[in-house]
Design a protein around this ligand. Structure first.
Ligand code: FES
Ligand code: FES
Length: 1005
């Protein structure tokens, strides 16, 4: 049918199918700023467009419905001001504010935020914070925690009203190392009244920063600056930056037929009718593709886990497992073809509860002869991994204790819920090499893992990683690339495979759920004498990341409490775990990588001990936690299946973190104050405050490796090529800052390209909080190599051109785009570049560097939470989260605080509402973002981030990791705050109203 409407001011007439959505039609016509969030029910808002100035989800709007209406997309909102000889009016003030306020992380939600904000400001030029939050509540963001987008919109509104707004750039360093108590505005509980102050002018987004003396002694010009993200301008315009934003002639659409049964053999499969359907190009089942066993975990070689997966198999092991692949001309034809595939299954007994997996009579989930063990995996016992770590003498420690505390806890399976689904495009290039354009965190691992699965040598595969719309670990998996690749091999044509939100819940990866038993020996003075954890970890149907995720549960969480006095010198710690197979969707990597599963029980347990012994819970923690100069206790015992190497922890800013966060939240005024715990006029409400202390790691020692190369251009700018993958974290920007610092140029003189296995150096990818530390050190090495050549040439030019003492390269400083001597002579980098490339003894000035680390310096943090509990219903509202983080030197305070705010928000879901549940047949209860609730802008508590800057000596700029640690402390701090509010001891996470209500019943019995 023919439809006509006004699109961004122009009248258009398009031919569409009656059933086509507006989203599909707009994207087909090149409006790639309209994003697909995998929804079928309009859950995420990524596809927002304005219809007659109102924000509408284009995925639930039929194209036919918009005839005669006005449609606006991000493409017409504003553009880069400088288009060569043509100047434009530039970005729209809303886009400008989103860029300036650093409100863009992965940028997948950004066009929708911009359009929703525009609709709001058009009808209400002076919105309050509550109104902004309400207006963008239909757009889900999994990265930011909404603080910066909200502040950006308030800022834009102020600018559009003609008001002046304060500059965002300022000195990030605070001269006052401790802030007075009560500097935050009081926020009433949503249960108690207003949720947000009626702010109309608060447009500041800088976090507080406390800096140690050691860190102050290393002043820098680009490190520590809140530079604008290098990809912000393109993302705010909705440019075609993501994997799916590509047009390829003849591109087919891929779909997957998933198993309806949790455990079954395929008795027969008939593809005839599907293959005969007009418009179907290929249908593949296990009989059509090579039977190659592999692991989907995107990890280094050798993969530290069992090989237990096939692209397609005769056996299915969970509801959602793959049965067949289809490639067709359109989505609709592919869907129809799936329905025509006839499968007869022989159903097998299924294991849904991990406690049944190791029973002697349990059905065996992996009985394939090709199975390859790693370490202590044992498919005959449904065991994907077994971990036994003993440090010191735990039994002796228990014998020396005055009290022994034992308890069992449970943590749930949760979903990464990145807003951009998994997406891949594959095609043959002109050299018959397979190009895989994919939203991956691990392009180099993907290439290596795909090669045998596809029957291609590594050298005939090229993996391109465009921008990524969030991943949080779920894209540290070779999950979908083989689907499209097999279909491209079968058809010779380009293929796109984008997962739906339902597939994300039923066939992607998730966080390992665990049952954790803790046993702790304590002396009456609060000294921990021994600490033991046993974890029963559920890896689901496949063992991807089974060993390493669960190893981290002990390695990072149990390392924090070493004890005091003689126990500090020789701690007694035990960590045992069994990682078992079940017939549920596989678990995998999720930001935090096993550590949130450890800290929730541990910090709840510590709180329980403190209260029972009537000891101050903060003093107790600091008495027993690891300190600077001490041995990381696990470094002598475990290293992800490799040989452990003892490691001293040099920087521990935990005490300062506690001091700062405690003051910011007003702990001393609230915790001991009975009146504060009551809510005036609301006897059914109680307030509570809780704390958790946590640590993480920074990269995997002796394993993670990053590479970088940098080359100088004619104008003195540089191309920085990195294999590191920025999945929205801002790593491209902080790596550019490091290069700019070494080379003495502005950040926008560094043109970052990441990543493409043909052009960029190897990098193990974005995981383990390693990019700033590992890839950053590689960038520094590459930049220093280039800087050396620049200085040598500068010395020659200066000696030739200007009178004065003869200089050598070592006498030269690089700053302000110049090479300078101490006596004031200089030559510009542009002149050096022209000289090197065109004039004199020509050379390409460039540098390469790679780095791996012998250590993994842990970041530390203190997390505080304030809650209000309804003791009649068990409903918990989290009112405030304050986190103080020691991540070493902060390269970019705004990208880093964005990481903390977004991480705390994800962790907040883990604390109170996110959970994946299966029925007795292994069918998922949560299959969309309606059932699985992630926090919206209008539901958020107040968030505050404080950085405690130590100087980590193992890195050239003193950095440690920041990305994962915000996942660790929120849930236990919230659990502890609930206990403080009403005495409810919730032992199973998340603290849903039902669990809190049941715990309250136990208190009142
Ligand atoms: S709401 Fe339309 S794609 Fe999510
Ligand atoms: S920045 Fe919002 S989803 Fe990533």
């Amino acid at each position: 049918m023919l439809i006509y409407f006004t699109l961004n001011g122009d009248l258009v007439e398009w031919e569409v199918q009656p059933s086509e959505t507006l989203l599909s039609v707009l994207r087909r016509q090149g409006m790639f700023g309209v994003k697909y969030g995998g929804c079928t029910k309009g859950e995420c808002g990524a596809c927002t467009v304005l219809i007659d100035k109102k924000p509408v989800n284009s995925c639930t709007t039929l194209a036919a419905q918009v005839t005669g209406h006005q449609i606006e997309t991000i493409e017409a909102m504003g553009q880069h001001p400088d288009q060569g000889w043509k100047k434009t009016s530039g970005l729209h003030p809303i886009q400008q504010a989103l860029v300036e306020s650093r409100a863009i992380q992965c940028g997948y939600c950004t066009p929708a935020f911009a359009l929703a904000a525009r609709a709001l400001i058009d009808r209400n030029p002076n919105p309050s914070e509550s109104e902004v939050r309400e207006a963008i509540s239909g757009v889900l963001c999994r990265c930011t925690g909404y603080i910066k987008p909200v502040q950006a919109i308030l800022r834009a509104a102020a600018v559009m009203r003609g008001e002046s707004v304060p500059p965002i750039l300022g000195t990030p360093e605070s001269e006052a190392p401790v802030w007075p108590i009560g500097t935050l505005p009081e926020v009433n509980s949503p249960l108690g009244g207003d949720t947000w102050p009626e702010t109309t002018s608060q447009t500041q987004v800088m976090p507080k920063i406390w800096t140690s003396q050691a860190a102050r002694e290393k002043p820098r010009t680009k490190i520590g600056r809140p530079e604008i993200k290098v990809d912000a301008i393109k993302l705010v315009q909705g440019k075609p930056a993501f994997s799916a934003d590509i047009e390829k002639r003849g591109m087919l659409v891929a779909k997957v037929l998933h198993s309806p049964l949790a455990h079954a053999m395929i008795k027969s499969i008939d593809l005839t009718a599907a293959r005969e359907l007009p418009g179907v190009a290929a249908v593949l089942c296990y009989q059509d593709v090579p039977r190659v066993i592999y692991s989907t975990a995107g990890q280094s070689d050798p993969i530290p886990g069992p090989l237990d997966a096939f692209s397609l198999d005769r056996k299915v092991r969970f509801v959602g497992d793959r049965v067949a692949f289809v490639a067709a001309e359109t989505d609709e034809i592919a869907e129809q073809a799936l329905k025509l595939i006839k499968v007869e299954y022989e159903e097998l007994p299924a294991i849904i509860d991990s406690r049944q997996s190791m029973q002697p009579d349990a059905v065996r989930i992996h009985d394939e002869p090709e199975y390859v063990n790693f370490a202590d995996s044992n498919p005959a016992k449904n065991l994907a991994a077994e971990i036994r770590i003993d440090i010191g003498d735990v039994e002796k420690g228990f014998a020396e204790a005055d009290r022994i505390y034992e308890e069992e806890y449970a943590v749930p399976k949760v979903q990464q819920a990145h807003i951009e689904p998994h997406v891949v495009v594959t095609y043959w290039d002109e050299d018959d090499r397979l190009v895989v354009r994919t939203s991956t965190q691990v392009p180099f691992h993907a290439r290596r893992i795909l090669a045998p699965v596809l029957g291609l040598p590594v050298k005939r595969i090229r993996v391109i990683k465009p921008r990524i719309g969030g991943g949080f670990g779920a894209k540290q998996e070779v999950l979908i690339e083989d689907v499209a690749a097999h279909l491209t091999i079968a058809t010779g044509r380009p293929v796109i495979y984008e997962t739906t939100r339902e597939e994300e819940f039923t066939a992607s990866r998730s966080r390992h759920p665990m049952r954790v038993r803790l046993k702790t020996g304590v002396k009456l003075d609060g000294t921990i004498t021994a600490n033991a954890m046993y974890a029963l970890s559920d890896t689901g149907a496949y063992g991807c990341h089974a060993l390493t995720v669960t190893g981290n549960t002990g390695h990072k969480a149990m390392a924090l409490y070493v004890g005091d006095g003689p126990y500090r010198l020789s701690p007694n710690i035990r960590f045992y775990a069994d990682v078992v197979y079940t017939n549920t969707p596989p678990a995998g990597a999720y930001r935090g990588y096993g550590v949130p599963q450890g800290f929730w029980p541990l910090e709840r347990h510590i709180e329980h001990i403190c209260r029972d012994l009537r000891l101050d819970s903060i003093d107790f923690r600091l008495k027993n936690t690891l300190r600077s100069g001490e041995l990381h206790p696990f470094s002598t015992a475990w290293s992800e299946g490799r040989e452990p190497v003892p490691e001293i922890v040099h920087t521990v800013g935990l005490e300062e973190c506690v001091r700062q966060a405690k003051a910011a939240i007003g702990w001393d005024q609230k915790y001991p104050n009975t009146a504060w715990h009551q809510v005036e006029g609301k006897p059914h409400l109680r307030r509570g405050i809780g704390v958790a202390t946590v640590m993480q790691g920074t990269a995997i020692p002796y394993l993670d490796m990053g590479g970088a190369s940098i080359k100088m251009n004619d104008d003195g700018s540089f191309n920085l090529l990195i294999g590191a993958t920025d999945l929205g974290t801002g790593s491209d920007t902080v790596l550019a800052q490091m290069a700019a610092e070494v080379l003495g140029v502005e950040v926008d003189d560094i043109l970052v390209y990441s990543s493409d296995t043909d052009f960029t150096p190897f990098d193990k990818g974005a995981y383990a909080s390693s990019t700033t530390y590992i890839s950053g050190a590689a960038v520094v090495k590459a930049s220093e190599m280039a800087a050396e050549r620049i200085k040598a040439r500068a010395a020659k030019l200066i000696n030739r051109q200007a009178a004065g003492e003869e200089v050598v390269g070592d006498d030269i400083l690089l700053e302000d785009n110049q090479a300078r001597t101490l006596d004031g002579r200089f030559v510009s980098l542009k002149d050096i570049a022209l000289n090197a490339l065109h004039h004199d003894d020509q050379e390409q000035i460039m540098g390469i560097g790679s780095y791996y680390s012998p250590v993994s310096p842990p970041p530390f943090a203190a997390q505080f939470a304030e809650v209000t509990v309804d003791i009649e219903t068990g409903k918990v509202v989290v009112d405030r989260l304050v986190m103080a983080v020691d991540s070493g030197i902060i390269v970019n305070p705004l990208t880093a605080s964005g990481q903390i705010e977004g991480g705390m928000t994800q962790a907040l879901g883990y604390a109170v509402c996110e959970e994946m549940v299966y029925d007795g047949k292994g069918r998922a209860r949560e299959v969309d973002l309606n059932e699985y609730h992630i926090f919206r802008a209008d539901e958020m508590p107040a968030l505050e981030t404080i950085f405690v800057q130590t100087y980590e000596p193992s890195h050239p700029f003193g950095v440690k990791a920041v990305a994962e640690i915000p996942m660790d402390g929120v849930a236990p701090a919230v659990g502890n705050a609930i206990l403080d509010a009403c005495g409810a001891e919730v032992l199973e996470n998340p603290a849903t109203p039902e669990r809190v209500w049941r715990a309250l019943k136990r208190v009142n019995q």
